[in-house]
Design a protein around this ligand. Structure first.
Ligand code: GLU
Length: 313
């Protein structure tokens, strides 16, 4: 028997969810429920300055209001818990040490200013491709720099291509050394980076399919590299087109008219909102009112209707 599908929704509790976050939760949930799989809710509260428990609780309340449920995670707990990243430090530490033992981790003393002033090509997300400046510092140079600065920790990447086929965006490839450079796995304030935590968590939680926004498409090669180094089986990836605001910008948690607090009180019930999202996903011919469960039925009967090929980036 093949293993059950295990999907997840992994929100950051840094504000009220907006329509784009809900779209992502819905698109992660529908295929899992259609496959009688298991759904995990993981709260990505790695960054202590931006995360709040009240937002995490609000996320649970919003998901329930829309009829989306989960088998493990959040306050409910489960066999792979805890499901709050802030409580999973020991796992990240262990992964960090495994990478260190492979000789692939080094301290980086570059300041933000130095990184941005370097004559390096820039990634799509505006970050410079890291030059490897701190990779070959001598022990003496490291000791001298460590007197005034706490380092971030970078993972050495190979000069080789990582490619994968995204379920919605098609083939995607990146040469890690050329397009990204050695990347941070632990910040200078000691917080483990998203790239490391997300792989450790999805790996340990046995996630088989990752559905998330297209803004994370270009993180995936870095994550696949980590999957291989840490020896976790790779999930399938599906990156969703982002929902844009009326001015054509990415939705942010500051766009009040798209936040779920506003939408819930404006519509009073979930069905019209779910209808709009089902229509956007190609599951409905028009934005008519539906329940989340009805969308699962449509998808179960006509999975080919889901048409999310185009990235809005
Ligand atoms: N926590 C991330 C976010 O809310 C999502 C990470 C992921 O799905 O891999 O944008």
């Amino acid at each position: 028997m093949s293993k059950p599908v295990r999907g997840r929704f992994a929100p950051s509790p840094s504000g009220r969810m907006h329509l784009g976050n809900l779209f992502c939760a819905l698109m992660a949930w529908i295929p899992v429920r259609a496959a009688n799989g298991e759904m995990v809710l993981r709260i990505e509260d790695l960054d202590p300055d931006r995360s709040k428990l009240e937002y995490a609780l609000q996320i649970e309340d919003d998901l329930r209001w829309f009829g989306l449920d989960w088998d493990e995670g959040g306050q409910k707990g489960g066999p792979c818990g805890p499901y709050y990243q802030s409580r999973r430090q020991s796992l990240y530490e262990e992964c960090f040490h495994r990478l260190e033992e492979k000789g692939l981790v080094y301290p980086c003393y570059c300041t933000r200013g130095e990184l941005h002033s370097a004559q390096a090509p820039h990634r799509e997300d505006g970050m410079p491709v890291y030059s490897g400046r701190c990779r070959s510092l001598s022990p003496e140079e490291r000791a001298r720099l460590a007197e005034n600065r706490r380092p971030a920790w970078r993972l050495t990447v190979p000069d080789g291509e990582v490619s994968f086929v995204d379920g919605w965006q098609g083939k995607y490839r990146e040469n890690l050394a050329r397009d990204c450079g050695d990347f941070i796995i632990r910040r200078s304030d000691g917080v483990y980076a998203y790239q490391l935590a997300v792989v450790a968590d999805d790996g340990e939680m046995g996630i088989t399919q990752v559905v998330r926004g297209c803004d994370l498409l270009d993180s995936t090669p870095r994550q696949l590299y980590l999957y291989r180094l840490l020896g976790y089986p790779e999930p399938e990836f599906f990156h969703l087109p982002l929902i844009l605001s009326e001015t054509g910008k990415r939705l942010s948690k500051r766009d009040r008219d798209q936040d779920l607090g506003y939408l819930r009180s404006f519509y009073g019930r979930p069905e019209p909102i779910l209808g709009q999202l089902g229509f956007r996903a190609g599951l409905l011919d028009r934005p008519e009112s539906v329940t989340a469960q009805e969308l699962v039925q449509v998808f179960s009967q006509h999975p080919e209707r889901l048409s999310l090929k185009k990235s809005a980036l």
